[in-house]
Design a protein around this ligand. Structure first.
Ligand code: ATP
Length: 211
């Protein structure tokens, strides 16, 4: 991977992941080539956006046939995957934590949830869909031992901030915060926040406006 690829805008990286999923669906349907406007239609974005992203990763198609889907899937994989895959921990094995584990279970992706952590004795030392739940006391040890680099926080919100500090200290470099408590950035840690309630309230607000 060259340096410029390392610094792709995060929205581009997000779209590359979406392109790859759509392209794989197209491959499964027997299609071999695709034009930017077709990708744009599938993802409800503009063809200009698609072409700009694809140029950024240094790919070009042919005018007549468009992009070679297989080649593009491989190239996107080279950019956004790592050879060994990424190991992920779920912090807080409640409904949301379990939903993540369930969703990722048996998905052939390089992203692997390999451990969960909790403080509730009912959850600890049990596996949920092959993911073992450890006591939080073992967080640093297990992260280190397994080489976990990403954590998804699905604890109650008040736990999120101290947990992010602890995760950083333990060597985690990517956090997906799924609690409604916004976190301040921590140096050296890529932070992504996803508050379901805010998203839903936003949708409801616009629905209300239309009524
Ligand atoms: P459940 O009712 O099964 O606990 P829930 O989703 O309603 O599920 P929450 O109160 O949202 O539970 O908590 C999510 C999970 O986070 C729970 O499993 C809880 O035990 C766990 N949890 C709470 N505090 C911590 C903590 N400090 N560290 C790790 N996990 C925690």
């Amino acid at each position: 991977m060259n340096l410029s690829m390392k610094n792709l805008p995060d929205k581009t990286v997000e779209r590359l992941s979406q392109y790859r999923r759509s392209l794989n669906n197209q491959l499964a349907k027997g299609k071999t080539h695709i034009f930017s406007h077709e990708i744009a239609n599938l993802l409800h974005i503009t063809p200009v956006q698609v072409r700009r992203d694809i140029m950024l990763i240094g790919y070009s198609g042919t005018l007549r046939k468009g992009y070679d889907i297989k080649e593009m899937v491989v190239l996107i994989g080279k950019i956004i995957d790592t050879d060994e895959g990424i190991k992920i921990a779920v912090i807080g094995m409640g409904n949301l934590g379990k939903a993540f584990i369930h969703y990722m279970y048996e998905k052939r992706t390089k992203l692997k949830i390999v451990a969960a952590f909790d403080i509730n004795p009912d959850k600890i030392d049990k596996s949920y869909e092959d993911v073992y739940c450890y006591h939080l006391d073992r967080l640093e040890e297990i992260i280190n031992e397994m080489g976990i680099t990403v954590a998804i926080i699905t604890t109650p919100p008040e736990v999120a901030s101290p947990m992010a500090d602890r995760l950083k200290e333990a060597g985690i470099t990517g956090i997906l915060n799924y609690t409604p408590r916004a976190l301040s950035p921590r140096e050296g840690v890529y932070l992504e926040e996803h508050d379901m309630i805010t998203s839903l309230e936003k949708v409801s607000y616009f629905v209300k406006l239309r009524d």
